[in-house]
Design a binder for this molecule. Structure first.
Ligand SMILES: *[C@@H]1O[C@H](CO)[C@@H](O)[C@H](O)[C@H]1NC(C)=O
Ligand SMILES: *[C@@H]1O[C@H](CO)[C@@H](O)[C@H](O)[C@H]1NC(C)=O
Ligand SMILES: *[C@@H]1O[C@H](CO)[C@@H](O)[C@H](O)[C@H]1NC(C)=O
Ligand SMILES: *[C@@H]1O[C@H](CO)[C@@H](O)[C@H](O)[C@H]1NC(C)=O
Ligand SMILES: *[C@@H]1O[C@H](CO)[C@@H](O)[C@H](O)[C@H]1NC(C)=O
Ligand SMILES: [Fe+2]
Length: 468
């Protein structure tokens, strides 16, 4: 009996010790106490106002733009005509000028099971002037529609520039709220970094590609006027062998062109651009990234090219997060982290934006690169050369919120909250950027988390990871 008690006491001590240890390891940041009113996330019906097609014969719809070269002097204009191919021409002119120019694009179609796409046009307008407002028209010969955009300032180290950050948007009522809040945000985002999972058409029978069209019409009100920088998510794969669709990324790559050749990439799923004071690298979680693969080789050659004197801010977009403390998609980004994290620390990436998990989370600056299988050093450590990892998969798609979190909050997690929303990353100069996350709180946007980013190359001092 006595001996039994003794071993019980020893056991209790051991348990206590373990608990204490866990407490030491898991002194995580803040888990927000805000709890959203729980309602089902519902897709907007096909007859919703946001999906309405423009009037007129063969009127261009789903108009969207993205950067068209490496520096920001070109724009890719994309649109769909429903009735016939029509014109591939974009007519464009500088604000306050009469002289109109023309650029010629190309038209594409694709089939997906029993769906036939409309006529998808892509046209790159080149040699634009920096920091200039342009008007443009598409639909020549039938129904013309007019839009505008502003080119970014010339690439340079102290150019202020504000990015919106949105992920996993889908087309629910919550998606509409997220987009509306982004549009109304006083930070005034000048282009959107989109971290993947666009339409969620693949949640419909046979991946009903009509839901790609509705998504294009829904997002036109922003994406026709400012570039959205695209990263692909798992919902872009549209891999459906049961209906004979085995070529991944077919609808996405037909509809959303990106300037991947300008960064010497061999596929539209990974590429880079410079925009104002930022260098943006887009990676693909769902393309091969093992050693010797095209994506691996490209990134290996890409990182040394980043000149922080020219573009101080190094931003990475990748759909599946490397640091995530939700019980959804936990560790799915692990194999890519193992391959690339060392480089991100070496090249001092400022911030990595991901989606996939339908919630919000911001990490501490941590790395987990010391482990070599035998040394046991497998716990992430604070590392001022490491990026901050942000999960912004909270756009509001039909799959709903990820609410279940790993408890206690791991030390790498600085702030987490299961709410829909969007973020802005506002570069002030080479040393400072103001980041904020805006929760969609039933009707209006609330700044729920924010942080001053200090540039890792020019200003590598400790930041406060506390919410402001
Ligand atoms: C979507 O949001 C816009 C802008 O707030 C609004 O005008 C529109 O009625 C909304 N549509 C739906 C279906 O919620
Ligand atoms: C792409 O490769 C060409 C030829 O090697 C080179 O001149 C160019 O600078 C490269 N572009 C980028 C963005 O790396
Ligand atoms: C980096 O950019 C700066 C500013 O544009 C330029 O002066 C410098 O030559 C570049 N460095 C390299 C290695 O290209
Ligand atoms: C910065 O933070 C690290 C740990 O995150 C700490 O070891 C270091 O002493 C801090 N440096 C300064 C200057 O506060
Ligand atoms: C950079 O921006 C920050 C924040 O606005 C400001 O405090 C700082 O003085 C600026 N630095 C320079 C050199 O202007
Ligand atoms: Fe995803």
């Amino acid at each position: 009996m006595r001996a039994k008690m003794g071993s019980f006491a020893a056991f209790s001590l051991l348990v206590l010790g373990l608990v204490f240890n866990i407490a030491v390891l898991c002194n995580g940041g803040k888990t927000s106490s805000y709890v959203r009113k729980m309602e089902k996330t519902v897709d907007m019906p096909l007859n919703s106002d946001v999906f309405g097609a423009p009037e007129g014969y063969n009127a261009p719809q789903q108009v969207h733009i993205t950067q068209g070269d490496h520096e920001g002097k070109a724009v890719i204009v994309s649109w769909v005509t429903p009735d016939e191919p029509g014109s591939n021409t974009v007519i464009y002119w500088k604000e306050n000028t009469e002289y109109k120019k023309k650029a010629e694009g190309k038209v594409y179609t694709y089939k997906f099971y029993n769906y036939n796409s409309g006529y998808i046009h892509h046209c790159t307008i080149k040699s634009l002037e920096f920091d200039t407002k342009y008007y443009y028209e598409v639909g020549a010969g039938h129904t013309m529609r007019k839009f505008w955009f502003v080119t970014p300032p010339a690439v340079g180290p102290d150019v202020p520039y504000t990015f919106g950050v949105i992920g996993d948007l889908g087309q629910s009522y919550d998606s509409n709220m997220t987009l509306t809040h982004y549009e109304l945000n006083p930070q005034k985002g000048q282009s959107v970094l989109f971290v993947g999972d666009l339409s969620y058409a693949d949640n419909y029978p046979n991946h009903d590609n009509v839901r790609w069209d509705t998504w294009g019409r829904f997002t036109e009100r922003s994406a026709a006027y400012q570039p959205w920088i695209w990263a692909a998510g798992n919902h872009e794969m549209d891999f459906a062998p049961e209906i004979g669709e085995i070529k991944p990324f077919k609808p996405f790559t037909h509809r959303y062109h990106v300037p991947y050749r300008a960064s010497n990439s061999t596929a539209p799923l990974w590429y880079s651009i410079k925009r104002a004071s930022a260098y943006i690298i887009v990676l693909s979680s769902y393309s091969a990234y093992g050693k010797y693969t095209p994506q691996y080789t490209w990134l290996e050659q890409e990182l040394p090219k980043v000149n922080r004197t020219e573009t101080p801010w190094l931003i990475v977009l990748v759909h599946s997060p490397w640091y995530n403390s939700y019980n959804y998609h936990f560790m799915e980004g692990e194999s890519m982290r193992v391959m690339f994290e060392q480089w991100f620390v070496q090249y001092k990436v400022d911030v990595v934006f991901s989606g996939h998990v339908h919630a919000y989370e911001r990490s501490e600056r941590v790395s987990n690169i010391a482990y070599n299988i035998v040394n046991g050093l497998c716990v992430p450590v604070k590392d001022q050369s490491a990026p901050v990892y942000i999960i912004i998969g909270d756009g509001g798609n039909i799959e709903g919120l990820a609410t279940s979190m790993i408890d206690p909050q791991p030390a790498y997690s600085a702030y987490r909250e299961a709410s829909f929303g969007h973020a802005t990353f506002s570069i002030k100069n080479r040393t400072h950027a103001y980041y904020s996350w805006h929760r969609n709180q039933d009707g209006y946007a609330v700044e729920a988390d924010s942080m001053w980013f200090f540039n890792r190359y020019w200003n590598p001092v400790n930041e406060s990871s506390e919410s402001q």
